[in-house]
Design a protein around this ligand. Sequence first.
Ligand code: SD4
Length: 343
Amino acid sequence: MKRRKFIEKAALSGVGITVGASVVGCKDTNQNTTQEQDTETGSSEKKAMNIDKTKFPIAVCTWAFTSANAKAGEELAQGKDALDAVIAGVAVEEENIKNTTVGKGGAPDREGNVTLDACVMNPEGDCGAVVCVENITNVAALAKKVMEETPHVMLAGEGAEEFGYRQGFEKENLLTEDSKKAWEEWKKSPEYKPIINIENHDTIGMLAIDKDGDIAGACTTSGLSYKMKGRVGDSPIIGSGLFIDNEIGGAVATGMGEEVMKTVGSFLIVELMRNGMSPQEACEEAIRRIVSKNERYKDFQIAYLAMNKAGEVGSYCIHEGFTYMKYQDGENTNVKPGFFYHP
Ligand code: SD4
């Protein structure tokens, strides 16, 4: 009998995947197929992944953004498609001025400018993004407009804003009195130091699978507090802060964006799932890729959240303290995933 090489779970320093494989979508049926390749003959066979649509819809998001996730879940339950549901969901945090890491009220850069980044991706594989937007709150919705109304994927700064105003978005001052005060306080002894889980890591990344089983996602943030002017992190970068492949699943990231970008984290997770890993295994491997290359991992947090086509959810982070929300069957639950660093 021919030996088949399936997916090997990666060791800490190792590489996770040994076999090329792909998943073939069967949109109108209840099955997707993971393709596993015979390493000797190169031939492949299809292995069915059972999809039970009665489990849908599902919404998940990073951190304990209870209301945002509930909003997306309710929109899905009412029949909204996955993309509109995640945009409505993340808008709750974009508009929450008490949240200093997303949308209006976000912490500014070192010079006092609040600059927002966001991206969205739909089940068709289309995507849109905006970066360094200074005066518009609902940047995930603006990213959707970029996707739908322009031939481009990403607009930056003034160009994104001008486009937004032409699309009917309101011009707003995003620097609230509280954020301004906190920034003025920070300026007294400026230190560019992310504090794990406390002030710099509350980007909202959200994934939804709608009642038809289609997946979309959004990621929106004000980025790292007191970042350099013009700094853009992973959140609006397709493949880093967010990636969706409707045949496979989706992933989102939060935390130190530079490290997510270096490993193209969300794309990596979706590809690992394509190769047969569960969402949990894929998130763990993506974290291993970072910590195995970077001794400084003890000083920063990164968390991944993934969902596959069957609605299975996985999550993993470097440090304890990250949680995510899951909305399914009318229940919105806060889940604490495993973490890598156990001092
Ligand atoms: C960034 N990933 O800009 C974001 C940071 C984050 O809450 O998660 N902030 O790098």
